[in-house]
Design a protein around this ligand. Structure first.
Ligand code: SIN
Ligand code: MN
Length: 265
């Protein structure tokens, strides 16, 4: 694919899949550091309904070493910069390990409504790099994306979710509507197929080291992992510095959202 092809595809489809983008060495170093990050107890770690399986780890932007390198000084950050004509910073940095047999679904959703409602991100200009830390195929719960859905208006069900919204209660520390298998801005299967029209959702499958970049308004989700293999997806979200939340009264904890919009070098 030429440079223009992938940038064009990102803008027209709302995502672009770049197989085996990561250099082998960088991938190996991330994989080697992964168990330490998954084992670290703390509020940044979220579990599946079974109460033991790790579902999501947030706050990788607060870590140094390979996690900082991949987000700010790697082929991933360079590619991110090529997809935007604005200065970018890391808005959110998380890992969804989707464990063998027990990793649960992520319902269809767009990311932007969460960032808008919870963090005061003004416009849908952020986008995410989904980095494969495992080989991913149809069996282990791949990410699925609805082509062109970033250009569609909100569905009735999304507007209703928006009416019901209130930002998550900061006191209760219950973030389940943002991280669980029951998301506050979820889209039904019918809604997703309305948006895909006569096109199929794209299933992002490929070897470890592949990366899918997707717009924050693209509808995406994934099924449970019923296979014997994990499906670890590392997700770095980039936002234009000019689109950082301003004077937002109730910031989420810093592991959820980076409140320091220092641009990538
Ligand atoms: C997934 O891990 O399959 C879902 C990614 C996301 O929307 O956070
Ligand atoms: Mn998402």
């Amino acid at each position: 694919m030429t440079d223009l092809d992938y940038v064009e595809q990102f803008h027209t489809e709302g995502f672009v899949f770049l197989p085996e983008l990561l250099p082998h060495d960088l991938l190996k170093r991330m994989q080697a550091e992964l168990p330490k990050v998954l084992d670290e107890p703390g509020p940044q770690r979220f579990l599946e309904d079974d109460g033991t399986t790790v579902r999501a780890i947030y706050g990788l932007h607060q870590k140094e070493g390979v996690w900082r390198e991949v987000a700010t000084d790697s082929v991933v950050s360079k590619t991110a910069k090529s997809l935007s004509d604005q200065d970018l910073y890391v808005l959110q940095w998380k890992i969804n390990p989707k464990s063998a047999q027990t990793g649960d679904q992520w319902e269809w959703h767009r990311d932007f409504p969460f960032w808008q409602a919870e963090d005061g991100v003004p416009a849908p200009l952020a986008f995410t790099a989904g980095i494969f830390l495992d080989d991913i195929d149809e069996e282990n719960g791949p990410l699925r994306l609805v082509p062109g859905s970033h250009k569609s208006a909100a569905l009735q069900e999304e507007r209703e979710a928006w009416e019901r919204r209130g930002i998550t209660d900061r006191e209760s520390n219950d973030w389940s509507s943002l991280v669980s298998n029951n998301l506050s801005f979820a889209i039904s299967d019918d809604g997703a197929s309305t948006l895909s029209g006569d096109r199929q959702a794209f299933t992002a499958c490929g070897p470890a080291g592949s990366v899918v970049f997707f717009n924050s308004n693209v509808v995406h989700g994934s099924l449970p992992n019923r296979s014997q293999r994990p499906r670890t997806l590392a997700l770095i979200s980039y936002n234009p510095v000019d689109n950082a939340p301003k004077n937002w009264p109730t910031p989420r904890p810093a592991y959820f959202v980076n409140l320091d919009p220092t641009p990538l070098a």
